[in-house]
Design a protein around this ligand. Structure first.
Ligand code: NAD
Ligand code: UDP
Length: 336
């Protein structure tokens, strides 16, 4: 890390990941000095390549499970560090839990020492497999605390507890965003989440893998909308700490996502039905009344537009890596 990071800055942990890299670009674009803290567990250099030569951007390779003993002077800290794909956060569950809990603690301590406000990227997974629908922030959830997803779900719940206690004791101005499924350009093609899987499969001419019968639902938020919500929350009045749901309330079945992706990718492929992963939530949809009321925030990008942009992005990525396989498929050229 160089001297420029020692100036007043905004820290983004997980800044080399999907959401973090979008956030770093947004903040640098607004003229902020940004320090990206990442251990590159799931993050990629390609995500931040365009920022590396920028004088407003610094990279600090660091695992947030360890305290940050650097001479940083942040005014704001966005804590996004944590693998978000179920396959990836389950790969090393103990590290995931340590990332969620120790990471939250270490960033809150940095906030306490420096006076920076700290925003936690929490998740709709704190609701587990919900019995209440749509999910509002007052719902306390239905999490299997000994299941394969619990390293993430319980880790994020514990992080919310830490944030709430630091906030209550007035040690730090805290903000908690409960993020619902977000997608868009910059996702890793191999990260295993539904949109990246379907789009890359469709573009490669492979059958789309639907887990279960595809009737389970998700509500997909386009990345630009989500980033807008995070920035609005960070800059909201001190007294509004959330938790607040950030997501697109348009609920869609997984089967419908598959059909839309196949059409937009113009792919002549079928669906293969595979077993549902353990504890896979059946239904998920955010109630975003609180975000509308306190942040004036609402998602603007429809699924057709968002998926089209995502198909375009992966078309470019796959075109570079395996030109032969995907040549001839252009985003939006529906053939089906
Ligand atoms: P991602 O996996 O693309 O990015 C996570 C980033 O955190 C990566 O760059 C990774 O290397 C880094 N990281 C992981 N563990 C770390 C550690 N111990 N120390 C330092 N860096 C570490 O995931 P994403 O989709 O960008 O998600 C970002 C955040 O948003 C996560 O905290 C996730 O829980 C939360 N979130 C995302 C979604 C979504 O749909 N994308 C939904 C809910 C919550
Ligand atoms: N899913 C699927 N096929 C895939 C990847 C995911 O059917 O190739 C399903 C998965 O079982 C879940 C939904 O899509 O019901 C969303 O999965 P994802 O891993 O993207 O996110 P999460 O389960 O964390 O919401």
């Amino acid at each position: 890390m160089d001297d420029k990071a020692m100036k007043e800055c905004v820290v983004v942990t997980g800044g080399a990941g999907f959401l973090g890299s979008h956030l770093c670009r947004r903040l640098v674009g607004e003229g902020h000095q940004v320090v990206c803290v990442d251990n590159f567990q799931t993050g990629r250099r390609a995500n931040i390549e365009s920022l590396l030569g920028n004088p407003l951007f610094s990279l600090l390779r660091h695992d947030v499970v360890n305290p940050l003993h650097y001479d940083l002077r942040p005014t704001q800290i966005y804590n996004l560090a944590c693998a978000a794909s179920p396959r990836l956060y389950q790969a090393d569950p103990v590290h995931t839990l340590r990332t969620c809990v120790y990471g939250a603690f270490n960033l809150l301590e940095l906030g306490r020492r420096t006076g920076a406000r700290v925003l936690q990227a929490s998740t709709s997974e704190v609701y587990g497999d919900p019995h209440v629908h749509p999910q509002s922030e007052s719902y306390r959830g239905n999490v299997n605390m000994v299941g394969v997803r619990s390293c993430y779900d319980e880790g994020k719940r514990c992080a919310e507890t830490l944030f709430s206690d630091y906030g209550r004791r007035k040690r730090v101005v805290v903000k908690i965003a409960r993020i619902f499924n977000t997608y868009g350009p910059g996702m890793a093609q191999d990260d295993g989440r539904v949109v990246s899987n379907f789009v890359t499969q469709a573009l490669k001419g492979q059958d789309l893998t639907i887990y279960g019968d595809g009737t389970q639902t998700r509500s997909l938020c386009y990345v630009d909308d989500l980033i807008e919500g995070l920035v609005s929350l960070m800059n909201s009045v001190d007294t509004f700490q959330g938790p607040v749901n950030l997501g697109n309330p348009t609920e869609t079945t997984v089967l419908d996502i598959a059909m839309q992706v196949r059409r937009l990718a113009g792919a002549r492929v079928s669906f293969v039905f595979e077993p549902r992963p353990a504890d896979d939530p059946e239904q998920r949809c955010p109630d975003i009344l609180l975000a509308r009321r306190h942040l004036g925030w609402t998602p603007r990008t429809g699924m057709e537009e968002g998926l089209r942009k995502t198909v375009e992005y992966f078309s470019g990525v796959l075109g570079q890596t395996s030109a032969g396989t995907v040549s001839g498929i252009s985003a939006g050229s529906a053939r089906a």
